[in-house]
Design a protein around this ligand. Structure first.
Ligand SMILES: Cc1ncc(COP(=O)(O)O)c(C=O)c1O
Length: 395
């Protein structure tokens, strides 16, 4: 028992240290998160914290698609995809995915986290180099660590720094450049054109994470690469069905050799149970809906432009946000927690984001907008954000 109490003591001390730095996290019971107003511990709040960008998470058409899939195919997928888990809805969903993304091949996997960890660790190894934007999502970082490849982090969106790092590596080394398109904590967008130029000049592969851009950008909602007409120049596109598409799971698209290789080498695809049929049913429906959601995309962009402009006009620092993800930079951890707490008391759900998710001294409160929100609700929220911001001296 001696060693057990040692573990308990070390871990309790670590949790206490987190608490002292206002960095300890806990789970909070949330109801109706699929809606524009939610309830946290009995209090009704405007939901400015979800990734439900097109309001599809509670959509009746997706609910029916799920129920229908359960009735035909049951609840569980019973095994991994390579055993007997590749039920017919996978085939249908992947065919729709490929058509929608104008891709040669594609595969659906269990989540965005699983996709990034699995793709990067399957493709790269000890002898390879991965160049990754400093603000890329944690799942990309974990994929690189797991791959044992050389990890070269370039300063956020700084292509001069990336080029300097590329120049340092021998020409014969295999190189992968990986970036979020929409950055999840700053709400800004990668310079995809510049990245394509560099990947061509240095003969590297380019992988993009379109988690927050899928459904939101491009005429058919396939993402930022589509909007920039660069889909054919990006070697690996990954995105999720769990945000704007309102469902769950993720996709990877690219050329056939890539997808064939992933089926053989991607451990997070091979060694896990396949998604339940209901999830695939809703993915198929959401791919159909998102292509016709031009009006919702436009309202989302109009609303986020308005929200950002009003915050800027009132003196808030919103980092370099240019999307539906809008942070207000606060600085210290306890201040960001207090800001979020006061907003919650005013009836607004927005989350404090602290290190290690963001750099030290860059704690923030992060807001996300969805097309389902009404302009009056956003105006109501802005009044309260300004009031709380002034009372805390943030503006
Ligand atoms: C940029 C980015 N990539 C990947 C993920 C992981 O996706 P998922 O939630 O489907 O695991 C997220 C979000 O959670 C994300 O923000």
């Amino acid at each position: 028992m001696e060693h057990v109490s040692r573990w308990e003591k070390d871990i309790t001390d670590e949790l206490l240290a987190l608490e002292n730095q206002s960095a300890r996290r806990s789970l909070v019971l949330t109801e109706n998160a699929d809606q524009t107003w939610l309830t946290i511990e009995g209090q009704r709040m405007l939901n400015l914290a979800s990734n439900n960008y097109l309001g599809l998470a509670g959509d009746e058409r997706l609910k029916h698609a799920m129920i229908e899939a359960i009735q035909h195919y049951g609840v569980g997928s019973t095994s991994s995809r390579l055993i007997v888990g590749s039920h017919p809805l996978y085939d249908k969903a992947e065919k729709e995915l490929i058509k929608w993304k104008h891709a040669e091949a594609g595969i659906i996997v269990n989540s965005g986290y699983v996709a990034n960890v699995g793709v990067i660790s399957a493709l790269t190894g000890r002898d390879d180099v991965v160049f990754s934007d400093k603000l890329n999502h944690a799942s990309i970082v974990d994929g690189i660590v797991l791959s044992r490849a050389k990890h070269r982090r370039y300063r956020h969106k700084n292509l001069n720094h990336l080029e300097a790092l590329l120049q340092r590596e021998p020409i014969e080394k295999r190189k992968l450049i990986v970036t979020d398109t929409v950055f999840s904590m700053d709400g800004d967008i990668a310079d995809l054109k510049g990245l394509v130029e560099l990947k061509e000049r240095y003969n590297a592969l380019l992988m993009v994470d379109e988690a927050h851009a899928t459904g939101v950008y491009g005429e058919n909602g396939t993402g930022y690469a589509e909007m920039e007409h660069l889909q054919s120049k990006v070697d690996i596109q990954m995105g999720t069905f769990s945000k704007a598409l309102g469902s769950y799971g993720a996709y990877v698209v690219g050329e056939k050799w890539l997808i064939d290789y992933l089926i053989n080498r991607m451990r997070s695809l091979i060694y896990t149970t396949a998604l339940p049929p209901a999830v695939l049913g809703s993915i198929i429906k959401s791919i159909e809906i998102v292509q016709q959601a031009g009006k919702e995309r436009q309202s989302l962009h109009d609303l986020t432009y308005y929200f950002r402009s009003e915050l800027l006009r009132n003196g808030f620092n919103i980092c370099s946000s240019e999307t539906q993800i809008v942070p207000i930079l606060v600085g210290e951890n306890d201040r960001s927690i207090q800001f979020a707490k006061l907003l919650q008391q005013e009836g607004i759900a927005a989350i404090p984001v602290r290190p290690p998710t963001v750099p030290e001294k860059e704690s923030r409160v992060r807001f996300t907008i969805t097309s389902a929100q009404a302009r009056e609700d956003i105006n109501w929220a802005l009044d309260r954000i300004i009031y709380v911001g002034k009372s805390l001296g943030v503006i």
